[in-house]
Design a protein around this ligand. Structure first.
Ligand SMILES: O=P(O)(O)OP(=O)(O)OP(=O)(O)OC[C@H]1O[C@@H](n2cnc3c(O)ncnc32)[C@H](O)[C@@H]1O
Ligand SMILES: [Mg+2]
Length: 220
């Protein structure tokens, strides 16, 4: 017993971002759940009016759970650059504009760093942050945040992943998220006690969230 309502069999992945959806499909594969995306259900994209990742994640999960009558998992995430006072942060998607122009958004990060004379890696610290929210139609919610620290590199490296991945080099690694395989970036491993371990912000938040729901890890 975890104190939460049952999760399955159907779960809505409450995102309209294809890159996130792919990662969640991989992350959720070991669990006995039938996934359906917000896009497949034709759910509208709610306005992200919150001032924190957690608030926006809650808005997205609540909207999807209410509209579908199913439990819904959402993700609000972003890249927080220290020298830019945490920008783009919750505005990470908005920096890419309606055309989702991430090359332009990455250039803006680099130009803003250059404007501040941030050239040495120590001046280019950043973190990816993800707030996940699982909401049930009756109103229960479970929310968890994960992050991964690193530095911004330029020029962008790698064409794997999505969004800002090519300019983010996680601490302790030699390849950017754009150069890592799906498994390296967001694979989650479970130890014998059911504790999860992963690299990316999303993998870390997901591992903690699922450990709360499935003590002992994914059913074998
Ligand atoms: O709101 P949904 O529908 O989930 O999709 P979105 O793309 O609008 O997502 P967010 O509002 O959470 O904005 C977060 C942005 O931050 C970026 N981002 C988040 N996680 C990332 C990751 O793992 N790798 C690269 N970029 C990421 C990505 O570009 C997203 O568009
Ligand atoms: Mg969004």
């Amino acid at each position: 017993m975890t104190g939460f309502p049952p999760l399955g069999p159907r779960l809505v992945v409450a995102t309209h971002n294809a890159g996130k959806l792919r990662e969640f499909r991989e992350l959720l594969a070991p669990f006995p759940l039938e996934l359906v995306s917000a896009g497949e259900l034709g759910l509208p994209e709610p306005e992200e009016t919150g001032t924190t990742y957690a608030e926006n994640a809650q808005i997205k999960a609540d909207a999807a759970a209410a509209a579908s009558g199913l439990p819904a998992l959402s993700d609000d995430s972003g890249l927080a650059v220290q020298a830019l006072w945490g920008a783009p942060g919750i505005f990470s998607a908005r920096w890419a504009g309606p055309d989702k122009d991430f090359p332009a958004a990455m250039r803006r990060v680099e130009e803003d760093l250059q404007d501040r004379g941030a050239v040495a890696p120590a001046d280019r610290r950043a973190a990816f942050v993800a707030a996940l929210c699982l909401a049930w139609p009756a109103g229960e919610t479970l929310a968890i945040e994960g992050s991964v620290a690193g530095v911004i590199v330029w020029p962008p490296r790698g064409s794997l992943g999505f969004g800002y991945d090519p300019i983010f080099l996680p601490d302790g690694h030699h390849r950017t998220f754009g150069e890592m395989t799906a498994d390296e970036k967001h694979g989650v491993s479970w130890d014998a006690q059911g504790r999860a371990d992963g690299l990316s912000h999303r993998a870390r938040a997901f591992g903690e969230l699922m450990a709360a729901l499935f003590p002992g890890g994914p059913p074998r």
